[in-house]
Design a protein around this ligand. Structure first.
Ligand SMILES: O=C(CO)[C@H](O)[C@H](O)COP(=O)(O)O
Length: 230
């Protein structure tokens, strides 16, 4: 499992993040995802803003808000700009058809809102995230009062949902929206779109981490090379 607190430099993540940042043109509104790979894209965008690139950004988490402010990227909101030109975000697993699983950082609800508000959704990952079929546990943002009900409904679907424990405090991971993050293991998911629709019908799940709206994926390798899939 990836150590989310690791701060070490990753040439593959940086190359993927920087390649995606180059897609952001002057005068556009960009959605900024969450995570260590997107952080490289935010840094690169900040450098371009300092050189004169005129953009505004909508963030998906407190993490991306803090990074964007630090990088000097002017912020806006979906209320002011409901349609974004492009959104850039990381992922935890990418299948052969560019379906992705997100939510390793527990930010997938706002990430989904932002990605679906964008004309183009660009995913940036390192090569460890690539797999033939989706098989990792699916992150779920769940209303705290519905956690037991969600566990029962997930069990009826053949899965097992557990509350994600916080690593630096006692108790569960709480999302930026004040909800619990759970992870639901189902094994291989051969038809992510159909499965996503089923999960969307589970009462108590605010949002699940399956995204089926990716336009391009930049995959970064340890040697700094990148591959584009679209
Ligand atoms: O979905 C996410 C946060 O909710 C992240 O984008 C995903 O976990 C990938 O993170 P990283 O780039 O650090 O591997």
């Amino acid at each position: 499992m990836t150590d989310r607190n690791a701060k070490s430099h990753h040439p593959g993540k940086e190359a993927a993040g920087r390649a995606a940042a180059e897609l952001v043109k002057d005068g556009t509104i960009v959605g900024l995802g969450t995570g260590s790979t997107t952080a490289y894209a935010i840094k690169a965008l900040g450098e371009n803003v300092k050189k004169g690139l005129d953009i505004r950004a909508v963030v998906t988490s407190y993490q991306s808000e803090m990074l964007a402010i630090q990088a000097g990227i002017p912020l806006t909101s979906l209320a002011e700009n409901p349609v974004l030109d492009i959104a850039i975000d990381g992922a935890d697993e990418v299948d052969a058809n560019l379906n992705v699983v997100k939510g390793g950082g527990g930010a997938h609800f706002r990430e989904k809102v932002v990605s679906l508000s964008a004309n183009k959704f660009i995913v940036v990952v390192d090569d460890s995230k690539i797999s033939e079929t989706i098989s990792m546990a699916i992150p779920l943002e769940v209303l705290p009062c519905a956690r037991e009900l969600v566990q029962q409904q997930v069990a009826q679907m053949g899965g097992e949902a557990s509350i994600r424990p916080a690593s630096r405090k006692d108790g569960p991971v709480i999302s930026d929206n004040g909800n619990f993050i759970m992870d639901a293991a189902f094994g291989e998911i051969p038809n992510p779109q159909e499965f996503a629709d089923k999960l969307s019908n589970v009462v108590g799940i605010v949002e699940h981490g399956i995204f089926t709206n990716t336009d391009k994926v930049y995959i970064g390798y340890k040697d700094g090379k990148i591959e584009l899939r679209e």
